[in-house]
Design a binder for this molecule. Structure first.
Ligand SMILES: *[C@@H]1O[C@H](CO)[C@@H](O)[C@H](O)[C@H]1NC(C)=O
Ligand SMILES: *[C@@H]1O[C@H](CO)[C@@H](O)[C@H](O)[C@H]1NC(C)=O
Ligand SMILES: *[C@@H]1O[C@H](CO)[C@@H](O)[C@H](O)[C@H]1NC(C)=O
Ligand SMILES: *[C@@H]1O[C@H](CO)[C@@H](O)[C@H](O)[C@H]1NC(C)=O
Length: 193
C-alpha cells in the first residue's frame, strides 16, 4: 500500500515541468485573446489638395515654388492609437530631391482621421539635365507628378500599454495641378511598416 502511493506521487522535476507547462499555456491563451480582441489593422494614408504656389523657374533653370499637400491619415483600429513622434517629409521630382521639411508631430486616437498639412518649399534648386525641360512640359500639359516620401517614428498604444518606436515609411505620387484653380485628385500612399 505504501509503495503504491509513493509511485503515484509526482517527482519534484515532473511537478515543476507541469507548472511551467501550465504557465506557458495560460500566457499563450492570454496573448491570443488580447490579439483577437485588439485585431490590429494597417493604417491608410493618402494625399489630397496638392497645389503649387509662387512657381518660378529662373533663366539658368533654378526652381522656386511652394508645394502644399494635405496628408490624410486614417487609423481604422478600434483599440489601437498611434503616436507620431517625428515626421520627416521629402519631395522629389524625377528622383531629384527638391524640398525637405518636418511635419507636426501628433497623437492619433483610435478610429480617427487626421489631416496633416505638408509645406514643402523648393528654393533655388538646380535642375540638371532634362529635368527642367520635363517639368516645363508637364506644367504645360496641366499637372506635374511628384513623389513624396515620409519617414515617421511611431508608437502604438493599446490601453495603457505603449509599444517601442517603429519606423513608418510612406511613398506617394500625387499630381500637382499647374493652375491653382484646378482641384487635385486623391492619391493613395504605399505603406511600409
Ligand atoms: C482641401 O482644401 C480645402 C480648401 O482649402 C479644404 O476645405 C479641405 O478641407 C481640404 N481637404 C482636406 C482633406 O484637408
Ligand atoms: C523669378 O526669379 C527671378 C530670379 O530670382 C526674378 O528675377 C524674377 O522676377 C522671378 N519671377 C517671378 C515671376 O517671380
Ligand atoms: C482625430 O483626432 C484629432 C486629434 O485628437 C481630433 O482633433 C480630430 O477631431 C479627430 N477626428 C475624428 C474624425 O475623430
Ligand atoms: C501653402 O503653404 C504656405 C507655406 O509654405 C502657406 O503660407 C500657404 O498659405 C499655403 N497655401 C494654401 C493654399 O494652403
Amino acid at each position: 500500500m505504501a509503495t503504491l502511493t509513493k509511485t503515484r506521487r509526482l517527482s519534484p522535476v515532473r511537478c515543476i515541468a507541469l507548472i511551467v507547462l501550465t504557465i506557458i499555456v495560460i500566457v499563450g491563451l492570454t496573448i491570443l485573446v488580447i490579439w483577437l480582441s485588439v485585431k490590429p489593422r494597417r493604417p491608410i494614408y493618402s494625399i489630397e489638395n496638392a497645389s503649387l504656389h509662387n512657381y518660378n523657374m529662373t533663366k539658368n533653370e533654378h526652381l522656386y515654388g511652394n508645394f502644399n499637400f494635405t496628408l490624410k491619415a486614417y487609423n481604422p483600429n478600434s483599440r489601437i492609437s498611434i503616436y507620431y513622434d517625428s515626421v520627416e517629409v521629402k519631395l522629389f521630382y524625377n528622383s531629384l530631391q527638391i524640398a525637405f521639411n518636418n511635419a507636426e508631430t501628433f497623437f492619433q486616437p483610435h478610429r480617427n482621421v487626421t489631416y496633416l498639412d505638408l509645406f514643402l518649399s523648393a528654393k533655388d534648386v538646380a535642375l540638371y539635365g532634362d529635368i527642367a525641360r520635363d517639368l516645363k512640359t508637364e506644367r504645360t500639359s496641366g499637372a506635374v507628378e511628384v513623389e513624396i516620401k515620409v519617414r515617421a517614428k511611431i508608437r502604438f498604444k493599446v490601453g495603457i500599454w505603449k509599444s517601442s518606436h517603429r519606423k513608418l515609411k510612406l511613398s506617394c505620387s500625387p499630381r500637382v495641378p499647374a493652375s491653382s484653380t484646378k482641384s487635385s485628385q486623391t492619391s493613395p500612399c504605399d505603406l511600409d511598416l
